[in-house]
Ligand binder design. Structure first.
Ligand code: IPM
Ligand code: MG
Length: 371
């Protein structure tokens, strides 16, 4: 298979984690005889520095012409404490989502036996948690009209949804639920918000077309609690933009590290794959960030290309690295490996350069020396 992939490393740890994902994709290409043609574009603070805008036209064009986009992270502390900044790194990813109409953001929440001890939440069952969040990504309060008036003393953000915007992602979530445990939970705030009532009505209507899927409605405040109390009850969560942003960070805690979680954004144009973590500026350039969220995002991309076996191989490699504790500092603060080493090991596992029976001692030489 031949595919054009645009890499958007962005800011902070983005470039480091993305190059590990690329290593892994190259390993997959060599084992399964695929060809990836990479392009690289600027986005976020890196793009502002170079061009004055967070999403240069050239980057957008590259994205439009590719088969998929692999994205790192955007954000820089320089802008965080400057509420007056007219240009912000986040405009890069928000603009891209809007321009490509990537309305469905899919965030799988998965725990791993090897990481259970890291989670502040004690899981009551032996089995792993596995559910998926469908977050609407191109409307709602993120993209509604905004204004600041009265000399800066009043501000407005508008949350707006059309039925069509709700329906298109809801359809995708229903279809997805059919291939899983056939349970869909709509998370909203229908006791207060008009937009939530539109979501509820739309899902109620649509559910008639999916009689095999059982639908449940849950207020977002309760959902925030239920994710911690009993995450096993969920299969597919469907929700609007901001609720999905918040709940997915919360859910990542179950798995032990935000650095583990991938996501896929699908819509009208080129699909985009990105870890859910941010640019983590404090770790930038130190080779300590967890590359697994980016690597698993590459696995989602392979699945999107229809390459199920390859995607499975990448996931096996990730599990193998966790089981053997070839992990970064967020997971093991004492015996950790560098970002680039974890990337090498996962890629080597895929190309078969590491025998299945590998003993941890055999790889001790690659271990970090900065403990
Ligand atoms: C995410 C991030 C973004 C968002 C930021 C960087 C704008 O938090 O992808 O979850 O809020 O959508
Ligand atoms: Mg977020």
């Amino acid at each position: 298979m031949k595919k054009k992939i645009t890499l958007l490393p962005g800011d902070g740890i983005g470039p480091e984690v993305l190059s590990q994902a690329r290593k892994v994709l190259d390993a997959v290409a060599s084992v399964y005889q695929h060809q990836w043609e990479y392009n690289e574009g600027k986005i976020g603070a890196a793009a502002i520095d170079a061009t004055g805008t967070a999403l240069p036209q050239q980057t957008l064009e590259l994205c439009m012409e590719s088969d998929a986009i692999l994205f790192g992270a955007v954000g820089h502390p320089r802008y965080d404490n400057d509420p007056k900044a007219a240009v912000r790194p986040e405009q890069g990813i928000l603009g891209l989502r809007k321009a490509l109409e990537l309305y469905a953001n899919i965030r799988p929440i998965q725990t791993y036996a090897a990481l259970r001890h890291l989670s502040p939440i004690h899981l009551k069952r032996k089995e792993e948690v596995n559910f998926i969040i469908f977050r609407e990504l191109t409307a709602g309060i993120y993209f509604g009209d905004k204004e600041t008036t009265n000399n800066g003393s009043t501000a407005v953000d508008t949350c707006k949804y059309s039925k069509n915007e709700v329906e298109r992602i809801a359809r995708m979530a229903f279809e997805y639920a059919l291939g899983r445990k056939r349970k869909l939970t709509l998370v909203d705030k229908a006791n207060v918000l008009e937009t939530s009532r539109l979501w509820r009505r739309t899902i109620q209507e649509l559910s008639a077309q999916y009689p095999e899927v059982s639908v449940e409605y849950m207020y977002v405040d309760n959902a925030a609690m239920q994710i911690i109390l009993n995450p096993y009850q969920f299969d597919v969560i469907l929700t609007e933009n901001m609720f999905g942003d918040i709940l997915s960070d919360e859910a990542s805690v179950l798995c032990g590290s935000l650095g583990m979680l991938p996501s896929a954004s699908l819509g009208e144009h080129t699909a985009l794959f990105e870890p859910i973590h941010g640019s983590y500026p404090q770790a930038a350039g130190k080779d300590i960030a967890n590359p697994i969220g980016a690597i698993l995002s590459a696995a989602l991309m392979l699945e999107y290309f229809g390459l199920k076996e390859e995607a499975g191989h990448v996931r096996d490699a990730v599990e193998w690295s966790l089981e053997n504790r070839f992990v970064t500092k967020d997971i093991d603060t004492i015996n950790f490996y560098f970002t680039s080493t974890v990337g090498d090991l996962i890629a080597d596992y895929i190309t078969g350069r590491i025998p299945d029976s590998v003993k941890q001692e055999n790889i001790l030489l690659r271990k970090s020396t900065i403990i």
